[in-house]
Design a protein around this ligand. Structure first.
Ligand SMILES: [Ca+2]
Length: 330
C-alpha cells in the first residue's frame, strides 16, 4: 500500500473536497424542514455553477435568523461549515469563541485539529493529487516535501494541531484509532510542511517548485533572525521535524494494526527508524515531545536529512557523517 492509499482512510475534515461535505451537509439540513429545501437546492446548484458556496450566504442568513448564532452548538456548526468552505482560520476562530466547556468536547477538539492542519497547508485533495503524481525513487522526506509544492504552508499550525490531539490523549493508548490515524498523517504533513517551508521556497509566490533549493543545506544551523536567503533549519524547526518523525514511529504500529499487509510507507519509516538506532548508539529517534530532543538528536537528524540515501540528497555521505566538515558534533 502506498502513502496515497493510506491517506484515503484519513479522518476529521481532511477529506474535505467541497462536494462530498456539501452533500452530507445538505442531507442533514434537508431533514430540518421543507422551508430549507429550496435553500439547500440553491446551494447545491450554486456550488456547481460557481464552484463556491461563499456567495450563497443568503441561505446561511435565513438559517441564522431562526437560531442564536452565539451558542456553542451554533458556533460549532458554523466552524464545520467554514472547514467545508476551506476557511480554516475562520473555523479556528469560531471554535475559540465557544465556551471553555464547549471547547473541551472530544469532537470539537478533533474538528479544531482538522482546521489547524488545514491552516497549516493540508488541503486533503490537493495533497493527495500532488502525492499521486508520483515521485519514483524519492526518499520519504523528498516525497513529503513535494506534497506541498506550490502550496502556502504555516507549519506552526501543524504543531498546534498536534498539541490539540495530544490534549485529548497524551499517549497512543489514550487516543482512539481515528485519532492515532490522524496523528500519523498529521506527522507526515508536519514534516513535509516544515521542509517545504525552509528547503524549497523558490517558484511561484515563493511556495516551492518541488526541488531542493540550491543554496539550502540541512547541515547549516539557521537562526530565527537570519536575513534572507535562509539556507538552513533552525534548531526549533529541526526539533519539530524530529518529533514529527517520532510520532510516525510511535503511531506506525497503531496504524499498521488497522491496515492489512505490508505497505511501503510504513517500511520506509521503519528503515529510517532503524538507521536512527544504528547511528544513535541504539537510542533511536522515537522522540514525540520537543522537550526530550537534545542537540545530539538534532545533529543526527541533520545528517539524515542531508544524506542522499535517506534525506534530501544534499550530500553523498551517509549519516552520521553526511554533515562532515560543515557541522561538528555537539
Ligand atoms: Ca526549489
Amino acid at each position: 500500500m502506498k502513502i496515497v492509499e493510506l491517506l484515503e482512510n484519513f479522518p476529521f475534515g481532511f477529506r474535505q473536497s467541497g462536494f462530498r461535505q456539501t452533500v452530507l451537509w445538505a442531507i442533514n439540513v434537508l431533514r430540518l424542514s421543507p422551508f430549507f429545501r429550496n435553500c439547500v437546492f440553491l446551494l447545491i446548484i450554486g456550488s456547481f455553477l460557481i464552484g463556491s458556496l461563499g456567495s450563497l450566504l443568503g441561505c446561511a442568513n435565513i438559517f441564522k435568523a431562526v437560531s442564536d448564532p452565539n451558542t456553542d452548538a451554533a458556533l460549532f456548526y458554523e466552524a464545520k461549515r467554514s472547514i467545508d468552505l476551506g476557511d480554516f482560520n475562520g473555523a479556528i476562530q469560531k471554535i475559540q469563541a465557544m465556551s471553555a466547556e464547549g471547547r473541551a468536547g472530544r469532537e470539537v477538539l478533533q474538528t479544531l485539529a482538522g482546521a489547524q492542519a488545514g491552516a497549516c497547508g493540508m488541503v486533503f485533495m490537493k495533497f493527495m493529487n500532488k502525492l499521486s503524481q508520483g515521485t519514483g525513487g524519492a526518499t520519504l522526506f523528498n516525497f513529503l516535501m513535494k506534497g506541498f509544492t506550490d502550496t502556502a504552508v504555516v507549519p506552526a499550525q501543524c504543531s498546534a494541531a498536534e498539541a490539540t490531539i495530544k490534549s485529548i490523549g497524551a499517549t497512543v493508548d489514550l487516543r482512539s484509532a481515528d485519532e492515532n490515524m490522524f496523528l500519523f498523517v498529521l506527522s507526515l504533513v508536519k514534516i513535509g510542511s516544515y521542509i517545504r517551508y525552509r528547503a524549497d521556497r523558490d517558484g511561484a509566490n515563493s511556495n516551492g517548485d518541488g526541488t531542493l533549493d540550491a543554496d539550502f543545506d540541512p547541515c547549516i544551523v539557521s537562526a530565527p533572525a537570519d536575513p534572507a536567503p535562509i539556507v538552513g533549519f533552525t534548531d526549533d524547526q529541526m526539533t519539530e521535524i524530529i518529533t514529527g518523525f517520532g510520532l510516525l514511529l510511535e503511531n506506525a504500529a497503531a496504524v499498521s494494526a488497522v491496515l492489512s499487509g505490508n505497505n511501503s510507507a510504513l517500511s520506509s519509516i521503519t528503515t529510517i527508524g532503524d538507521a536512527c538506532k544504528t547511528a544513535n548508539g541504539g537510542v533511536g529517534c522515537l522522540f514525540t515531545n520537543a522537550s526530550d530532543v537534545t542537540a545530539a538528536h538534532r545533529f543526527l537528524f541533520r545528517n539524515i536529512l542531508a544524506s542522499q540515501s535517506q534525506g534530501l540528497g544534499k550530500r553523498n555521505l551517509e549519516p552520521p557523517l553526511a554533515c562532515f566538515g560543515i557541522l561538528a558534533p555537539p
